[in-house]
Design a protein around this ligand. Structure first.
Ligand code: ZN
Length: 309
């Protein structure tokens, strides 16, 4: 098995934009790639272009109605509003299909042993998109599409999802709760958007709400007292990560106080667990993170650990 780390993205992921001043903007990806290029980290990764997700792949995580409605809603010009924070432009569907397709490709590459791990530098993000609806900057649940692909196309029986975005991954929980083949572990800021997660929707959910102001010590405690025991009992064959970096202390979207070092640390723990449990297989997917400078550095810390550097 290769120890290399794939870097999966596509130029189409820049085509989606939701208007002047929206924090979930194409420049997020520019900040990340500029930083990885200038630090020399990019040349240590194995680049791939994300394919378009197929309808069949999307419908493993979403209702046929949701997929049909999203594809039909795309405007020829201007914007179509989906919720108060989320809209579509003419470039949204190509971006969204590449974002979900990236996680499918990542799964295939890691399962075939072509790379050891993979990071999907994609947008729009996905973890708020439910089985039947878009929500909170998300249209399709990229990571859930990848998880269901691992189960359906590669015959895996147990897959874990770790979500450290500052917002609860309510869409992933909506899709995956009750699916005994999946264990989802998440941290999120309590009493904050999307105001869900306090009551887990299934026994396969390990939801750890953190109070505003909590920092890296709270993440470490969640890992050692809740996530790791659940992961060790579950023994996944592959680990997916919803890698949101909006819990960073400088990110004004929310009120947690994580640092680059915390993202380095938690990624090291995830990789070390995967090495012990499932031949090191980790597929990570970008979710939130809205402070370009610290987003770029947090992703670099994360990817460096994925690549074993
Ligand atoms: Zn978020």
């Amino acid at each position: 098995m290769s120890a290399a780390c794939a870097w999966i993205t596509h130029a189409d992921c820049r085509l989606h934009e939701m208007g002047e001043g929206h924090p979930e903007c194409p420049e997020r990806l520019d900040a990340i790639s500029d930083h990885l290029l200038s630090t020399g980290l990019m040349q240590l990764l194995v680049p791939y272009d994300a394919p378009l997700a197929t309808i069949e792949q999307l419908e493993r995580a979403h209702t046929a109605r949701h997929v049909r409605e999203m594809l039909a809603a795309a405007p020829a010009e201007g914007y179509v509003r989906l919720d108060p924070d989320t809209s579509m432009c003419p470039g949204t569907i190509p971006a969204a299909l590449r974002a979900a397709g990236a996680v499918v490709l990542a799964t295939d590459l890691v399962m075939r042993g072509e790379v050891g791990r993979a990071f999907c530098a994609v947008r729009p993000p996905g973890h708020h998109a439910t089985r039947d609806a878009p929500m909170g900057f998300c249209l399709f649940n990229n990571v859930a599409v990848g998880i269901r692909h691992a189960l359906a196309a590669h015959g895996l029986e147990r897959v874990a999802l770790v979500d450290f975005d500052v917002h609860h991954g309510n869409g992933s929980e909506d899709i995956l709760a009750g699916d005994e083949r999946v264990l989802m572990c998440s941290t999120f800021q309590r009493d904050f958007y999307p105001f869900l997660g306090d009551e887990p929707l299934g026994p396969n959910m390990v939801n750890v709400g953190l109070p505003a102001g909590a920092g890296g010590e709270a993440l470490r405690a969640a890992w050692s007292t809740q996530w790791l025991p659940a992961l060790e009992a579950f023994r996944p064959q592959m680990v997916f990560v919803s890698a949101g970096f909006d819990a960073h202390r400088a990110d004004e979207m929310a009120g947690l106080r994580f640092t680059e070092e915390d993202y380095r640390w938690v990624t090291h723990e995830i990789v070390a667990f995967a090495e012990r449990c499932c031949e090191g297989r980790v597929v990570s997917c970008l979710e939130g993170g809205y402070h370009p400078f610290h987003l770029a550095r947090s992703v670099a810390a994360h990817v460096r650990m994925l690549a074993g550097l």
